[in-house]
Design a protein around this ligand. Structure first.
Ligand SMILES: [Zn+2]
Length: 613
């Protein structure tokens, strides 16, 4: 199940005019401190606004909130149920004050408020489950919400109308929710007449009558009904299809039909807008079946299953996003189930999450009345976050355009993970273990040959001394040939065959004769990233040792660290500084033997940066 986000429904439009003053955010008048844009000046959004160090807030926070956390804009904000004057006023106010707005475009949710009461549209354009019954969202608990089918032409038209409203309302960016469509929810949907017809056409285009009969036992494609076929084979879910090749074709049909629809929708929107506009989407968890949409998007704002500390480590997800496309900012957010169980007293976790994301070149969304599973709302008070956002803004140059040490890379296969969820879990577990044993790593992304074709080349591989292949990840003949050449040229490949081998990764790397650039007695509770920039060594240190009973972090103390400096690194006359939003800056003593820099880190509370400069 992939939960998804939904902002709070609009107030009813009937009462809008009267109640505008009270339902609008309290500080929506142009502020006295910031000069508003003159009303006759044409507002123009430019796509180059998008930047990795933008800070975003969820929802419709007041201006004071945005200023307090140095935000550049909001996302998952306006127009959840289409254009309203209330939302439009909010957009104009933000624009007048220099903030940008990403609107919210739900594409699967069939909420009665979202379609302005058109219940017959919901019945006509919703999908059906394997029993032939109407599909409802499994992740909205407070009322029945229809699951709308991306293969339904009427719903496709509805979304075009809705996207026009987002553009008419002045949205600078549109955040597509539930971008995975029907193919991401085959436990509850995927069997309406349009899904079944679409699959018939898909198979008919790819296979001859003889192939259909021999491979899949389909005698007459014109009367083939995938749902009846599954039921006749006693399959209660699509995953129980006795012919796994047919299942893979069905998945490919659902993924590719959604890709086509989203591509059409974005093209339609850009044509209609006739101006710059950006697209992002909730690529939940950066899961394999959501990675396929990334080529269509400008940036990513995604719920992730954040996990509880000290296990909830996210380096693998952030570094994969960077590997897929380093030009597309990735902004993470806890999933709605995590939010629902999060105490207001756990506000320090948001500092940790923001620092962890920034340490990996990503960012983290701050919640203002964010929807949580069950219908609640979560707001992080701005004053709890300002120390951290001020610190990050002041040190932006330590996060951008840095060079990681290119020693160890994990080679990731989309093709494998797309069809095998355990291969995806193996990747995430491998990343977590590498993080815990303090082996800085990068990721190389290898796409598939259909939905997200990419080609890795020998230059990319040659940058690394060691390639680690997670269990269950396999590659086509072309890539295998590249790997063979890499190996012949002295590169070391560690192929993990079973999940059990993941925990041995440190000794497996050690056994190749690799000399670790970072050695430390730090516990797995510390996450360390290593970067270089302009002859400065930058290490971000994140503490995961969190006490949920005390709602506070337990500092990690007296950690010995040795860095082996890059060969071209100039070491003369340098100082070792420890910066943190948690405490005043310190200068640390160190020893330097050859290119080995050693020191003792006295304490990390939530987050610190080491600078050798
Ligand atoms: Zn359908």
């Amino acid at each position: 199940v992939l939960p998804a986000c939904k902002t709070k429904p609009e107030q009813s439009t009937a009462s809008q005019t009267q109640t505008e003053a009270s339902t609008s955010p309290p500080q929506t008048q142009p502020g006295n401190t910031t000069l508003p844009t003159q009303s006759n000046e044409l507002y123009l959004f430019r796509n180059d606004w998008l930047d990795k160090d933008n800070i975003y807030v969820y929802g419709q926070p007041p201006l004071d909130y945005l200023r307090a956390v140095n935000a550049t804009g909001v996302t998952w904000s306006v127009y959840w149920a289409g254009l309203t004057s209330q939302d439009q006023n909010y957009v104009e106010t933000l624009h007048q004050n220099g903030f940008k707005v990403a609107s919210s475009l739900p594409t699967v949710q069939g909420d009665i408020d979202l379609v302005r009461g058109d219940s017959s549209l919901l019945e006509r354009a919703s999908c059906r489950d394997i029993q032939g019954e109407i599909s409802y969202l499994s992740w909205v608990s407070e009322k029945s919400v229809y699951f709308m089918c991306h293969n339904n032409p009427e719903w496709q038209e509805f979304l075009k109308t809705r996207i026009k409203e987002n553009i008419d309302g002045g949205a600078d960016a549109i955040q597509i929710d539930e971008i995975e469509g029907t193919g991401g929810h085959l436990d509850i949907a995927g069997f309406c007449e349009y899904c079944l017809k679409g699959f018939r056409l898909y198979l008919g285009e790819r296979y001859s009558a003889a192939e259909l009969r021999d491979r899949f036992g389909i005698e007459n494609i014109d009367s083939f009904d995938y749902r009846s076929y599954l039921r006749a084979n006693n399959a209660n879910t699509v995953w129980e299809d006795p012919n796994q090749d047919l299942l893979h074709e069905y998945l490919n049909f659902q993924y590719s039909s959604r890709l086509t629809q989203i591509n059409d929708l974005i093209k339609y929107a850009r044509d209609y807008a006739g101006r710059d506009i950006l697209f992002s989407a909730n690529v939940y968890g950066l899961s394999p079946n959501l990675q396929i949409y990334i080529p269509l998007l400008d940036f990513l704002v995604a719920e992730i299953p954040i996990g509880s500390l000290p296990e909830g480590k996210q380096f693998a997800r952030y570094l994969l996003s960077d590997a897929i496309d380093p030009s597309k900012p990735f902004i993470a957010f806890p999933d709605i189930h995590n939010l629902a169980s999060l105490s207001a007293d756990d506000w320090r976790l948001w500092r940790h999450w923001l620092a962890e994301a920034y340490a990996c070149g990503a960012s983290f969304l701050l919640p203002y009345q964010a929807y949580t599973y069950g219908g609640g709302a979560f707001t992080l008070p701005a004053e709890k976050m300002a120390d951290y956002t001020d610190f990050i803004t002041a040190h932006a140059d330590l996060y951008l355009n840095v060079t990681p040490p290119a020693d160890v890379a994990v080679l990731y296969s989309l093709e494998s993970t797309l069809l095998d969820w355990s291969a995806w879990e193996n990747y995430l577990n491998l990343g977590r273990v590498l993080q815990e044993v303090h082996v800085p790593f990068q990721v190389i992304f290898n796409g598939d040959n259909q939905l997200f074709p990419t080609a890795i080349n020998s230059d990319t591989l040659a940058k690394y001394q060691i390639l680690v292949i997670p269990p269950g990840h396999y590659f086509d003949a072309t890539t295998e040939l590249l790997l063979e050449q890499y190996s012949q040229n002295g590169g070391k490949i560690i192929r993990l065959d079973t999940p059990a081998e993941i925990s041995d990764i440190y000794s497996l790397i050690e056994s190749t004769g690799f000399s670790f650039k970072l050695t430390t007695d730090a516990s797995g509770n510390l996450g360390i990233t290593l970067n270089k920039k302009d002859n400065v060594l930058i290490a971000h240190i994140i503490n995961y040792n969190y006490d949920y009973a005390a709602h506070d972090f337990t500092p990690e103390k007296n950690v010995t660290i040795t860095f082996t400096l890059p060969a071209d690194f100039l070491t003369g006359d340098k100082v070792l500084r420890l910066l943190s939003p948690d405490s005043p800056e310190k200068t640390l003593d160190y020893t330097l033997e050859g290119n080995r820099l050693s020191f003792i880190l006295p304490e990390v509370y939530i987050y610190s940066i080491l600078l050798f400069e």
